[in-house]
Design a binder for this molecule. Sequence first.
Ligand code: AMP
Ligand code: ZN
Length: 475
Amino acid sequence: MVKLYNSLTKNVEDFKSLHPLSVGMYACGPTVYQFAHIGNFRAYATADLLVRVLQYNDYDVNFVMNITDVGHLVSDADTGEDKLEKSAKKEGKTAWEVAEFYTDAFLKDYQALNLTPPATLCKATDHIKEQIDLIQRIEENGFTYTTPDGIYFDTSLLKDYGKLSSFDKTDAGFTRVDANDQKKNPRDFALWKFSPKSTPDSKRDMEWNSPWGKGFPGWHIECSAMSMKYLGETFDIHTGGVDHKEIHHPNEIAQAESVTHKPLAKYWLHSSFMLVAGQKMSKSLENTYTLYDLEKEGFSALDLRYLYFNAHYRQEMNFTFEALEAGANALKKLRQEIVKWDEAPDEEVEGERSRPEGTVREYEKRFLEAVNDDLNMSKALGVMWELVKSDNPSSAKSTALFKMDRILGLDLKAQSIEMRKEQGVIPGHIQALVEERQQMRKEKRFNAADHIRAQIKRLGYDIEDTVKGVKVRKI
Ligand code: AMP
Ligand code: ZN
């Protein structure tokens, strides 16, 4: 049984899907106006983990993610510029070009991190009609009002508005200097924004006709419109970063539930922030790292993936290069173990074959219990390492480990084959030293042979004398 913490009920609950063995899941995706940083990717890594855990439990997961390519304004109070239009001006491109460029960049990193591709990846700009239709329904239900700059949702009319969040309704903190004073209540939000009165300078790259005039959709409406289009009026799980719990998700719920009178999603999961030196990783604090920044330092996307498992998704995670390095080393060690198993045929552990082969299953069971316990990955990794270090036959260990890797997504099989290939290619100068050492041994000059062995080790290779001859391996 999968157990998940549901932000809506603020409890860990047994997961019960709306339909047997099938799950509809929506994840809030990126706003494509700049490179996504590794903090952003933590949110997608959590969604991916959840998909994998559900699939491991035999659910068929219909996974939908959006791409926000219009309407996300600089300020959460629905004022300020559209993030995409702003980026476009800065980069001397159109908003369309900016969206395409950063969507491609996002998908490249997404793939490198081995994140599960959504069955549907939907762009806000491809669903303008669906958004207009939904706003019309909200209007028909009496929840909208018009201001000089747009159509707004009146949050005071929805009695359980904000049920997901921890904010206090009077919420003075929300009324900031940039607050939009045309709004009736500070928490009201834009459903449709009018294009500014056109001067050549202010003309938007992205705008559409609507029953209310030319403009563009507010940020929140896309997720309600697209999630319901692809998953129905009520679906199983909705995920996103923890910041969405306060504004974006309450607004998604308001837009959907004010017209359907049904819950939008049954379970809401939020992943916590990645920090740097105790502060949220964010562009405005200039403390972000992209995957490319890590790659420049010699780390891989899978090293980062391993690092994500170190903290529970509901806990903040402080990013340091030391922690990343420790993760990278652990991953390397894991691959080395697999390579060793491949090289050490089970004859060597012949005695162990006669033992009851139940213990590997025991690890699998405990691993599953850990991941099913609200995605407890540090516990799951602990069990995985216990398995790796156990004295079970290597063939049984690798079968179990590769099964676990369906959740870990560390590509262990392919990566260890790759490592083995690399290790198999011994450079000429090392080979020459190995041969020289063999000669010394033949001549019984063992001190000289040991000396060469130490030299080989300093150069990063290890040699092992076996009955079949000398084995050389990169350390
Ligand atoms: P955005 O592209 O700004 O819409 O954000 C994409 C996702 O990244 C959202 O789900 C945010 O909650 C999440 N996010 C932003 N900053 C961080 C961070 N430092 N750590 C973890 N998640 C973050
Ligand atoms: Zn969303």
